[in-house]
Design a protein. Structure first.
Length: 235
């Protein structure tokens, strides 16, 4: 009788946990469907950064440099530069670049620490919109599930549009419009190939490069991006 009772409650707890996970993912899917037609005003990562800054300055009201800009008003140079820098196979894959993941795994294994990611733009979007910054196996599984949802609900143009509008580009700087104003004091549509390649090179470490805008490594990476971006197709 005791064994039956334990088994009953164990299955009940399992079923309750399954329902929680199921409805959580239904909620995420609903958000993705909604954002396919309406623009997100914030993201999980933006909220995370805001919380940190607010804790550091409790008496000060923190405001980000952020304003949405439509896809058509973003320079094609910036679109090409970002795809070149972050996900050269963006137009071809279904959300995952398995070769890049394998290369990143081998590189991290040889260095015995995480030095490369291999994440696609779609994976980065999933992480930015919904997930924490913790690097855990559970978060990677969540990232993969959400990436599949994004790829099946949104087209490549919409994925890139949201990505360019919400990623961090410096201290309190989020999105392409804020980045163009912050670094060059121009509109996003006016960004040149050189300016775009510089912005794209900043993406992996934007707060550092905001303070160190002319480091040799940034200039070198920017030059490589500019040379390669001419052959990149954009949605």
């Amino acid at each position: 009788m005791i064994k039956k009772s334990r088994s009953y409650w164990l299955w009940k707890a399992f079923f309750f946990l399954f329902c929680l996970i199921f409805f959580y993912h239904i909620w995420i899917l609903g958000q993705i469907v909604y954002w396919n037609f309406y623009n997100p005003s914030t993201s999980s990562f933006m909220q995370y950064r805001l919380d940190i800054l607010q804790k550091e300055n409790p008496s000060k009201k923190i405001k980000f440099q952020y304003k949405w800009i439509s896809y058509d008003l973003i320079s094609p140079h910036l679109k090409r530069a970002v795809i070149t820098a972050e996900d050269a196979k963006f137009m071809k894959h279904n959300g995952f670049d398995y070769k890049a993941i394998q290369m990143a795994y081998k590189k991290n294994l040889s260095k015995r620490k995480i030095v490369a990611g291999g994440s696609t733009i779609s994976q980065q979007l999933a992480k930015n919109l919904f997930l924490s910054t913790e690097k855990t196996p559970w978060r990677k599984i969540e990232e993969a599930i959400i990436t599949l949802m994004i790829e099946n609900v949104m087209n490549k143009r919409r994925i890139l549009e949201i990505y360019l509008n919400i990623i961090e580009w410096g201290n309190n700087v989020f999105g392409a419009k804020a980045a163009a104003l912050h670094y060059y004091n121009i509109s996003t549509s006016s960004l040149s190939a050189e300016q775009s390649s510089r912005l794209a090179a900043m993406i992996p470490n934007p707060r550092f490069y905001d303070r160190n805008r002319n480091t040799p490594s940034l200039l070198r990476k920017s030059d490589i991006i500019r040379q390669r971006m001419v052959s990149i197709r954009i949605p």
